[in-house]
Structures are given as C-alpha cells and as structure tokens.
Design a binder for this molecule. Structure first.
Ligand code: LP5
Length: 238
C-alpha cells in the first residue's frame, strides 16, 4: 500500500502554474499511489461549493478522474478552504475527513491534521478559527451572495495579512505542548500536518516523529509513505 500526502497548494487564478503542477501531479505521480491525502489549503480561499472558479474546474475534473481510477482521495479542511463541502465531494469523489484523523501506515498509526489547530499560542487566530468553524456561522454565510462572500474573503485576507506581519515566527508555529497533547490523545508516534509552510521531519522524544508537509510555490512537495517508510519529496514544478 502506497500513500501520498500533499497540502498547502493555495490554488487560485493568480498562480496558473500551481494549478498546472497539480494537474500534472494527479495525472502522473499520484497514479503510483493507492491513497492520496490532501491535508488542507488546496485552495487559497474557498467561499462555498456553489462558486467554482472556471480556472479551477480542471482540478475538480482531475480529482474525479483519479478517484474513479481506483485511488482513494481524502481531503482535510485547511484555514483557507474550510467551506469545501458535500457538493465538492460529490463532484470529485473525494472523501472529506474530520480535522483530526488517525490512519494506518506500514510504520504504524499516523495522526493527520492541517496543523492550524496546533498553533495554540496564536490566540487571535484561534479566536477567529472558532468563529469561522462554527456551523451556524457557516450556514448563515453560505446564504449570502457570491459577491458578498468574495468581499468577506478579501477583507479576512487583508486583516490576516496585516496581523501576521506583526506576529513572531514562534507564535505562528505549532505549540510543542499542543503537539504532545494531540499525539498522546491519539496514541500515535507519527503526526503529519501542513499549514506552517516549514517542511521538515522532526524527531521528538522517544522516537516519535512530526512530519511537516511543504507548501507549493517555487517547488512542490509530497510525502511518500510505503513499506519502505516515509519520505518527504520536493520537486520542481516548472
Ligand atoms: O492564512 P495565513 O497562513 O496567511 O494566516 C493564517 C491565519 N489567518 C487566517 C485567515 C485566512 O487567511 C483568511 C482566509 C479566508 C479565506 C476563506 C474565507 C471563506 C469564508 C468567508 C467568506 C465566505 O487563517 C493567521 C495566522 C497564521 O495562519 C499562522 O497560523 O496567524 O491568523 C490571523 O492572522 C488572524 C488574525 O490574528 C485575526 C484576524 C481578525 C479578523 C477580523 C475580521 C475582519 C473582517 C471580517 C470580514 C468577514
């Protein structure tokens, strides 16, 4: 069984190269795996399944082709695409996961998260997250027009950009205590997450590991997990 993991592609109209890179990945590399996990932030800003930007439709189609070919595709929400919902799942064949999932790998159980929930020292973000992930708030937002939602997303992005510029890199990283607690609660010696854009394989106490997926920008990243172990791979996207 071979399992690939990706996250933080942040696909949007302004970066057609990233969309092309993903389409190529889905049509070539991903064909070698039995399961593909997308651990959040596939999209830069998803305002609801009723608005699929024209240039992202090929991504929907390619995910559908891959999942119909027999590769199981799973998606976890990120802080940019938490409004990906049932319709997207139907259109793509992707299975939407909870925010914290345990899966079996050849090396043992692995805990999967986007990673934003581990940044517990970032109190302003955690307060915002609580609101954005509230189902009642989401239902109310989804009744608004596409234009209104696009404007809300723009405002949120602007506020976030201003605020992150003033935050320390430590605050925007995962809290080691939150990592320990999450791994203990899940009883897993391996945690795989994205969000921080700091790709690495960290060895923790007692041989536990935390693998951080990379964001796609000038290069792409995926984690290859098989009987041979886990390997974090960087590749050129052009
Ligand atoms: O995204 P990134 O990595 O740059 O920063 C994150 C945290 N920021 C966010 C906010 C997102 O960028 C917003 C994306 C919106 C797209 C989807 C919207 C769809 C729903 C709305 C419309 C339908 O996640 C950032 C963290 C950082 O990661 C590191 O972990 O620090 O958190 C913040 O910056 C939060 C601020 O500290 C607090 C922001 C207060 C915002 C006040 C709201 C103003 C406008 C409201 C309009 C609705």
């Amino acid at each position: 069984m071979r399992t690939f993991f990706i996250s933080d592609l942040h696909l949007h109209s302004g970066r057609p190269d990233l969309t092309r890179a993903l389409l190529h990945f889905l049509d070539s590399t991903a064909k070698q795996c039995d399961r593909l996990y997308i651990l959040g932030d596939l999209f830069e800003a998803w305002i609801g399944d009723d608005f699929i930007p024209e240039d992202l439709q090929p991504v929907v189609d390619a995910l559908n082709t891959l999942s119909r070919s027999g590769c199981e595709v799973f998606l976890q929400h990120g802080n940019r695409d938490f409004l990906v919902g049932k319709r997207f799942a139907e259109l793509t064949g992707v299975q939407i996961l909870g925010d914290s999932e345990i899966i079996k790998l050849a090396s043992g159980p692995a805990l999967l998260m986007h990673g934003d929930q581990l940044c517990t020292d970032d109190h302003a973000y955690q307060a915002l997250r609580q609101q954005l992930r509230n189902p009642q708030w989401q239902q109310a937002v989804l009744t608004k027009s596409v234009i209104e939602r696009l404007e809300m997303a723009k405002q949120l992005r602007m506020a976030s950009e201003t605020q992150t510029a003033g935050k320390s890199t430590e605050i925007m990283d995962v809290s080691q205590q939150a990592v320990r607690e999450a791994m203990t609660e899940a009883n897993c010696d391996l945690l795989i997450h994205g969000h921080t854009h700091r790709p690495a394989v960290h060895t923790l106490e007692q041989g536990q590991r935390r693998i951080v997926l990379g964001d796609w920008d000038s290069s792409g990243w995926y984690l290859d997990a098989s009987e041979q172990g886990e390997q974090l791979i960087e590749f050129n996207i052009n």
